[in-house]
Design a protein around this ligand. Structure first.
Ligand SMILES: NC(=O)c1ccc[n+]([C@@H]2O[C@H](COP(=O)([O-])OP(=O)(O)OC[C@H]3O[C@@H](n4cnc5c(N)ncnc54)[C@H](OP(=O)(O)O)[C@@H]3O)[C@@H](O)[C@H]2O)c1
Length: 244
């Protein structure tokens, strides 16, 4: 193959929030490109279905239940992936949440803690654990699923703040870990039709315009593969017709 290489042959990928929506689409796209893929989220039965879909592509698929904001569970997750595959080439920090849609002025402390723990602290701690594995093996690739709401405020309040911080975390990690051949990039999706965003598109004019999880998976495959080998610390917006 020439210089444009989208293959993930012989790579091992870990996708958080891989049981449905954007995470599932990324996991399947990676498997189709040749990677063995581990999917994690809180609910094992949903994950096991996706692991079966991964195996149907001919690659290895593994489901591991893990709450992204619980560091002991993340440690266990990384150990299990290392034990099973011996390495982690690609980490996708995709799991995210938005439990409170109201204005900042009425937001309660619990909502701040949940949003920041799942959207920011969890990806930080998991990236740290995985980066140590990647440093030892001589390189790797981390992709953070942010949001266009992390670039411009769009009525999503605290969620926007968490995703803006995730974009800066991407840049800081890229700068620190570039010397270890670890690339760290982010994707900022606009409105994508998933369960997570149902309240924003179902029965609204956006229903026809919202993009599909696979639209995000294409950008993830680009960032995970050597096709983007000189791209580091960037955020690719996949705003779609919704404009983000
Ligand atoms: N949909 C959009 O319009 C949109 C736009 C911009 C950005 N995003 C971002 O894209 C990412 C994926 O969203 P989606 O739309 O695909 O949502 P989704 O369909 O609701 O999927 C969310 C995934 O995250 C997992 N998850 C949730 N909380 C978790 C936790 N505490 N620990 C581990 N896993 C957890 C869920 O599985 P379990 O329930 O089993 O844990 C599920 O696999 C999120 O980071 C979201 O912020 C979405």
């Amino acid at each position: 193959m020439g210089i444009v290489n989208f293959s993930l042959d012989n790579k091992v990928a870990l996708v958080t929030g891989g049981s449905r929506g954007i995470g599932r689409a990324i996991a399947l796209a990676f498997a189709e490109a040749g990677a063995d893929v581990v999917v994690s989220s809180r609910k094992l039965p949903d994950l096991e279905q996706v692991a079966e879909e991964i195996k149907a592509t001919g690659r290895k698929g593994l489901a591991i239940a893990s709450h992204v904001a619980k560091v002991d569970e993340s440690k266990n997750l990384v150990e299990k992936v290392k034990g099973e595959f011996g390495r982690i080439d690609i980490l996708v920090n995709n799991a995210g949440t938005n439990p409170y849609m109201g204005p900042l002025v009425d937001a309660e402390e619990w909502a701040w803690d949940v949003v920041m723990n799942v959207n920011l602290k969890g990806p930080f701690l998991l990236s740290q654990l995985v980066a140590r594995v990647m440093q030892e093996q001589g390189g790797g690739n981390i992709i953070n699923i942010a949001s266009t709401a992390g670039i411009n405020p769009s009525g999503l309040h605290m969620y926007s703040i968490s995703k803006a911080a995730l974009i800066m975390m991407t840049r800081v990690m890229a700068m620190e870990w570039g010397k270890d051949d670890i690339r760290v990039n982010a994707i900022a999706p606009g409105l994508i039709k998933t369960r997570f965003s149902e309240a924003l598109w179902k029965g609204t004019p956006a229903e026809d315009r919202a993009a599909a999880p696979e639209d995000v998976a294409g950008a993830a495959l680009y960032l995970a593969s050597d096709a983007s080998r000189i791209v580091n610390g960037e955020t690719i917006a996949v705003g779609g017709a919704s404009g983000g």
